[in-house]
Design a protein. Structure first.
Length: 203
């Protein structure tokens, strides 16, 4: 299946928000656009699994989440405010498959005169195309979108190994990340044997 035109898709936000400088830097065999309502079938969760276990949800569950985020965006834009949820994908033109993705979430704060902060999340690139600067282009696009919407800063969390990559993207190390994962207790009937410990998240 060849690439589906943006005009034939229901997109999460207006594609004109993607910087022209990033669009022009994408290789000719690839295409960058906002997340679409039908991207469940284009391998989105396979790419996200590069970061963390990301089982593919049922179609109705994906559609419900997409519609919620799109409705929130539409509501804020209707009221003259920037959209909140902005997820980008890069696809192959030959088979319409997602090979990279990333998001920026706009946080509305009370401090600094009711300011905005952009939170970059879930930067993922298919292992088959890593090394082609697709992650760099996604981060660049998201950062420019965040700044164009009025964010006074754009922030993200990353592993120590990924610090050099984000430095190349214009970020600098500042302070420290903290995390607390909710403990999940399994029913006694499904507890694994003592020789098979429950997997814990990578911190």
């Amino acid at each position: 299946m060849t690439l589906t035109a943006d005009t034939d898709l229901q997109l999460l936000f207006d594609p004109s928000m993607i910087p022209d400088s990033v669009k022009s830097s994408i290789p000719d065999d690839l295409h960058i656009r906002p997340l679409a309502s039908t991207d469940l079938t284009r391998g989105l969760f396979t790419v996200l699994s590069v970061l963390s276990p990301s089982p593919t949800p049922a179609q109705d569950a994906y559609a419900s989440r997409f519609d919620l985020l799109r409705t929130i965006n539409a509501s804020t834009v209707f009221n003259g405010l920037p959209p909140t949820y902005l997820t980008l994908v890069i696809l192959t033109k030959a088979d319409d498959k997602i090979v990279a993705t990333g998001s920026v979430i706009m946080e509305r704060k009370f401090l600094r005169g009711l300011s905005l902060v952009g939170h970059i999340e879930d930067i993922a690139v298919d292992k088959a195309v890593q090394g082609k600067k697709l992650g760099f282009r996604i981060v660049t696009a998201l950062t420019e979108i965040s700044e164009s919407l009025g964010a006074y800063k754009t922030i993200l969390d990353c592993s120590v190994d990924n610090i050099p990559f984000y430095v190349k993207c214009g970020f600098k190390e500042k302070e420290r990340e903290m995390a607390k994962y909710k403990e999940v207790t399994q029913p006694a009937s499904t507890q694994p044997a003592a020789s098979q410990p429950v997997a814990t998240p990578n911190l």
